[in-house]
Design a protein around this ligand. Structure first.
Ligand SMILES: NC(=O)c1ccc[n+]([C@@H]2O[C@H](COP(=O)([O-])OP(=O)(O)OC[C@H]3O[C@@H](n4cnc5c(N)ncnc54)[C@H](O)[C@@H]3O)[C@@H](O)[C@H]2O)c1
Length: 427
């Protein structure tokens, strides 16, 4: 099928590439000319495992192309996927201006029946608004479908190709059939719902996962007070199939471009409809406080942090991505900067993105360099390579051997046997 994908960020580029990989003819469009020029020349604007190989493979096979021109992207397409950003506004509501701009641009190019598929995460009612924007410019038939995306950065290709479910929120059988045809090669449950339910499934899923994280972080804080070990508690809880072990890892709290904004948008959406979603207020508060828990542990390394040299391992909001949006590491650095410390940070992939948003700190080329001559090292992202470091070697180069492991990735007994003053979360 001929498909266009509007927006070539984390979701749009992965969606377009994977749709080409399963056999469709895909044109990806972005308004960012440099991004598109790069993509045409095989330069991938984000770090995502397997993505570069798949983009180049499908470009060479003639199934995937890139453009900044709406007429070119849309001329042959049966389905048009919207995958632009929906960041949080300052009041917590989702900013839908990009989605609505795209709807206008699509509307001006519509000449025959197409299915407009919303992959961006949007509040309930957005599909209807997109429909009315299009109707202002085009009187022919078309459908708007909500098909929310559940991929995780760092494993986006696998998540797209082997999803737990595909949700199709639609108002007509014709549109459902187009979507079922598009996703035919992907084996998973395809859940057909109305537009509103599909839009809400995405927010409710992310809010639930964020709730699990805040829950275990609260438990970890109790563990610190009563001498329990949150790893053991979480493992014991997760053995119960009704609970499950996923998303029960205590740490610095959730971050990234989705959870914070989606939890806040669902809370705002509820409020807007006259419902007070009390639970989500607590989820957000616990998550914000968790950054301060790391700072409090850092302060245990000395009476005051002032003048201390601190190494930060990790800047990305999670491992395997270069995305630093709403990263806990960045929040922790911002808190530390108020304490008048000197910071050197290292991340395997995300340093360039971090440099754009945190002034006043230094960046190292390796984890070892970030730990050299430090009074304290804080692990802020769960990169597996931090587990593999030669911590004996690091200890020999530190001024004082304090480590705060904000992700609980190191073996606490081994670290203490090596002579580290080692603090982690809830254990
Ligand atoms: N990143 C994730 O892990 C993830 C996962 C699931 C769902 N989502 C949702 O998917 C949506 C996209 O997220 P993202 O992380 O890919 O965003 P992103 O910021 O990485 O990419 C958005 C892209 O859209 C482009 N764009 C903006 N306005 C445009 C326009 N008028 N026409 C064409 N292109 C335009 C931008 O230039 C940018 O390249 C969001 O709603 C997000 O919540 C994201």
């Amino acid at each position: 099928m001929n498909i266009s994908v509007i927006g070539t960020g984390y979701v749009g580029l992965v969606t377009g590439t994977c749709l080409a990989e399963i056999g469709h003819q895909v044109v990806c469009l972005d308004i960012d000319e440099r991004k598109i020029e790069g993509l045409i020349n095989g330069v991938i604007p984000i770090y995502e495992p397997q993505l570069k190989e798949l983009v180049i493979k499908n470009q060479q096979a003639g199934r995937l192309s890139f453009t900044t021109s709406y007429p070119e992207a849309m001329k042959n397409s049966t389905a048009v996927f919207i995958a632009v950003g929906t960041p949080a506004r300052s009041d917590g509501h989702a900013d839908l201006s990009y989605v609505f701009q795209v709807a206008e641009s699509i509307a001006k190019e519509l000449k025959d029946y197409k299915v407009i598929v919303d992959k961006s995460t949007v509040p309930v009612g957005t599909g209807e608004k997109v429909k009315s924007i299009i109707q202002k410019h085009y009187s022919g038939s078309f459908d708007v479908v909500s098909c929310p995306e559940f991929l995780r950065e760092g494993s986006a290709i696998d998540d797209f190709m082997k999803p737990d479910r595909i949700v199709i929120g639609a108002q007509s059988k014709r549109a459902v059939d187009v979507l079922l045809d598009i996703f035919k090669p992907i084996e998973t449950e395809k859940l057909v719902t109305n537009l509103a339910s599909a839009e809400l499934i995405k927010y409710a899923s992310n809010a639930f996962l964020a709730t699990k994280i805040s829950f275990i972080n609260e438990v970890s804080n109790i563990c610190d007070l009563v001498g329990a070990d949150v790893e053991e508690v979480a493992y014991g809880m997760g053995l119960d199939k009704r609970i499950g072990s996923n998303f029960l890892r205590a740490g610095v709290g959730y971050g990234g471009s989705c959870f914070p904004k989606d939890v806040s948008a669902l809370k705002q959406m509820a409020g807007h409809n006259g419902y007070d979603f009390k639970l989500l207020k607590a989820v957000i508060e616990v998550n914000n406080d968790q950054r301060a828990v790391v700072l409090k542990k850092a302060k245990q390394a000395g009476e005051s942090l002032e003048g201390k040299n601190i190494g930060i391992l990790g800047l990305a909001f999670k491992d395997n991505t270069d995305d630093v949006r709403e990263s806990a590491a960045i929040d922790i650095i911002n808190l530390l900067q108020k304490e008048k410390v000197q910071i050197i940070a290292y991340d395997p992939i995300a340093t360039e993105n971090a440099k754009k948003i945190i002034p006043g700190i230094k960046f190292a080329d390796s984890a070892y360099a970030a730990c050299h001559n430090q009074d304290l090292v804080i692990i802020a992202t769960e990169w597996p390579e931090f587990r593999e470091l030669d911590w004996q070697k690091i200890k020999a180069k530190m001024r004082t051997p304090w480590v705060v492991d904000g992700r609980n990735i190191l073996d606490q007994n081994e670290m203490r046997e090596m002579g580290f003053q080692y603090l982690s979360i809830g254990r």
